[in-house]
Design a protein around this ligand. Structure first.
Ligand code: T4K
Length: 366
């Protein structure tokens, strides 16, 4: 049987049908209806955040919060990481801003705070770091730099649903944080996303900008888009949230089995456990050092594929090596890691036998 990099968590069919029944009675399909509001409040409690605005996907959530902060078309520069899904950078660029790429740390692949200040110019308006794979960025160092230079910090927390640092939900760090609720994520609403924040003015602005800039029936005072989460997606979220603890625990068990099988193998670097962080096991990323392991990342990827196992090269190429972006500043650590990394299958239904099958193939190298 094929094993893919991930597999969406889903509720029982009957459970979802029960949740969407009221929609067939009310005909209230979208535009922040009762199911949207119910999920919003449940998520605020689960994530431990004071405010949450939900979107049709994580990408538009990020694009919209950048606009809501008044950064759009300022011709400013935004310091960000090249080691991410391209959505992060596109959200900056589509707001008329220039991404400036900061290199990452070799041990946890998040933005290296020691390299941020050298990139700050009089045009810098914000920092957009990514909690890549659900690994927490150095939030304290980043906050100190942002405060010193008067910069906004918007975290791309697409992978970090449910992650906590010293007991505090990850959505509380920075001026805002974006979560993705895409089908491939720890928690999904089919497609979906949200912005966590605390500033009351941001609440009004996000609400308006994801609904065409409509203030009331006769007043449209901002140029907004349409990025609202509908009731069917919110209902999927309500069902999936009921099972979230079990899903994260099952992912944790799969990660533990991978660790058992792969730790100590020459040429393989595993993700590190972070002190004071409650993880969510969103991705299981492994680096292959071709010389020491005796085989390149690409060769392992091909061999897994030949065995009907579809790992992914998240995130290769680094964004600043993509055709649509200029590689203006070099980021050698990101360049190396993007060539060595393979994200192995990770999802709640992944069994110990599946993990063993995957590890057997990896370790069978000639
Ligand atoms: N920032 C970061 C750091 C992100 O990683 C992402 C999204 C975003 C921002 C933007 O958030 P969203 O706008 O997406 O909410 C996937 C996802 O589409 C994307 O959400 C995700 N990051 C990115 C890392 O991965 P693909 O093109 O690699 O997915 P795809 O279709 O190849 O699916 C991978 C595997 O997942 C399949 O082999 C099987 C499984 N799968 C997939 C789908 C679509 C399911 O089990 N169910 C499904 O419905 O991009």
């Amino acid at each position: 049987m094929s094993i893919y990099v991930t597999r969406s968590s889903m509720p029982d069919y009957e459970e979802y049908i029960e949740e969407i029944k009221p929609i067939f009675e009310s005909h209230h399909l979208t535009n922040m209806g009762p199911i949207y509001k119910k999920l919003q409040h449940q998520l605020m409690a689960y994530l431990g955040v004071p405010q949450l605005s939900m979107f049709v996907n994580g990408h538009l959530a990020l694009e919209t919060v950048i606009q809501a902060m008044g950064l759009k078309d300022s011709e400013g520069e935004v310091i960000t990481t090249p080691f991410t899904f391209v959505s992060t950078t596109h959200a900056i660029t589509r707001n008329g801003l220039k991404p400036v790429f900061c290199d990452i740390k070799p041990d946890d692949y998040t933005m290296d705070p020691a390299k941020i200040e050298a990139l700050i110019t009089d045009k810098t308006v914000a920092i957009v770091p990514v909690h890549v794979y659900g690994t927490l960025c150095d939030v304290e160092a980043i906050e100190a730099i942002a405060k010193k230079h008067g910069l906004k910090v918007i975290y791309d927390a697409a992978h970090a649903f449910g992650v906590k640092y010293k007991g505090v939900g990850v959505g509380n760090f920075g001026d805002a944080a974006m979560f993705s609720f895409h089908a491939t994520k720890v928690f999904n609403t089919i497609e979906g996303g949200a912005i966590a924040f605390s500033d009351e003015t941001l609440r009004k602005s996000l609400h308006s900008l994801k609904n065409f800039g409509i203030k009331d029936e006769e007043c449209i005072d901002e140029v907004g888009g349409n990025a609202k989460m509908d009731e069917f997606r919110a209902a999927m979220g309500i069902c999936n949230l009921r099972n979230i603890e079990a899903c994260i625990a099952a992912r944790g068990a799969a990660a533990a089995r991978y660790n058992e099988r792969l730790s100590g193998v020459k040429g393989i670097q595993l993700m590190k456990t972070q002190a004071d962080v409650q993880p969510n096991y969103a991705y299981y990323a492994v680096l292959f050092d071709a010389e020491q392991f005796g085989e390149s990342r690409d060769a392992v990827y091909d061999r897994l594929k030949a065995n009907d196992i579809y790992a992914r090269k998240y995130f290769y190429p680094a964004v600043n090596e993509m055709d649509c972006y200029d590689n203006t500043n070099e980021t050698p650590v990101a360049a190396r890691i993007s060539r060595q990394v393979l994200t192995l299958p990770m999802y709640a239904d992944l069994t110990e036998a599946d993990v063993d099958r995957i590890c057997d193939v990896i370790l069978e190298r000639k």
